[in-house]
Write a protein that binds this ligand. Structure first.
Ligand code: NAD
Length: 269
């Protein structure tokens, strides 16, 4: 299948676009014809992604943004409009990592920061993005949630709770803006091999060995596999898809167990 023009005419704004999954999404949407606006807390990372898009022949601009800041969200949407005249696609990838802890050890500031970035950030981007998407005749909102929004893990209440809420927020968003021809869906990745996700177990090599067997496919996912799902949801191939959560998790949520090197499933009590 030739996907070169599947997203022709689209303008996508990607928050957290300087990260590994955000970069993969930017490169994939651009490869299929979309113009890209990259937003990230770290301007250098946003710019690096935009540079990669341009290097592969695409169109991209970059801006610094903290998605928990309403004025910054409003400004980057205006910047997208100024850069490429419209907005059709909003991909909320930005998320923050809070140290592990329980209600006794986590501070209120840490809890509020997780909600501010992971959940309110998506709310704010949608709040300012929706009017422009409606004006463009409709579009697609893609919120990057997590397998941990389905199956929580201990000591990570802020992350798991915000991701579960993001999945539900997306369903209401879909209902509210179906009349605007705006589709809204979330993607719940499994364990994707990135620096950030691998750090807690000591790097990508260890993460591959430790986390791979938690998936039925017996390996972690790659950022490009999430990008493929985002490109589908952005495209007219997903014209009848809204209000859903797309699990791209190698079977992580399907079973509570581990795979053996021989490919057998072992249940974990
Ligand atoms: N890697 C995984 O295993 C995995 C699994 C499930 C879900 N996810 C989700 O995928 C997304 C990307 O994860 P990743 O592994 O590529 O991480 P990453 O750290 O490489 O990317 C996250 C990006 O978000 C940016 N960011 C952080 N706070 C921000 C803020 N307040 N405003 C704007 N940008 C901000 C960071 O600077 C970073 O560039 C996240 O939403 C994450 O929760 C990842």
């Amino acid at each position: 299948m030739n996907l070169a023009n599947r997203l022709e005419g689209q303008v996508a704004l990607i928050t957290g676009g300087g990260g590994e999954i955000g970069t993969a999404i930017a490169l994939r949407l651009a490869a299929e014809g979309s113009a890209i606006v990259v937003g990230d807390l770290e301007l250098a990372k946003a710019q690096a992604t935009a540079d990669k898009v341009i290097a592969q022949g695409g169109r991209a601009t970059a801006a610094q943004i903290d998605v928990s800041d309403a004025a910054a969200c409003e400004a980057i949407v205006a910047f997208a409009k100024q850069s490429f005249q419209k907005l059709t696609t909003l991909v909320n990838v930005a998320a923050t990592v809070i140290p592990d802890g329980t209600v006794e050890t986590l501070s209120l500031d840490q809890w509020n920061r997780a909600i501010g970035v992971n959940l309110t950030g998506a709310f704010l981007m949608c709040k300012y993005g929706v009017p422009h998407m409606r004006a463009a005749g409709g579009g697609s909102i893609i919120n990057i949630a997590s397998q941990l929004g389905h199956l929580g893990v201990q000591h990570r209440a802020p992350y798991c709770t915000t991701k579960a809420a993001l999945i539900f927020f997306t369903k209401i968003l879909a209902q509210d803006h179906a009349p605007d021809n705006i589709r809204a869906n979330s993607i719940s990745p499994g364990f994707i091999l990135t620096e950030r996700s691998s750090k807690r177990v000591g790097g990508k090599d260890k993460a591959r060995v430790l986390n791979g067997p938690r998936h039925l496919l017996n390996r972690p996912g790659e950022p490009e596999e999430i990008a493929a799902g985002a490109a589908f949801l952005a495209s007219s191939d997903a014209s009848f898809v809204t209000g859903t959560d797309l699990l791209i998790d190698g079977g992580y949520v399907t079973f509570k167990g581990r795979m053996t090197p021989e490919g057998k499933t072992v249940m974990v009590s």
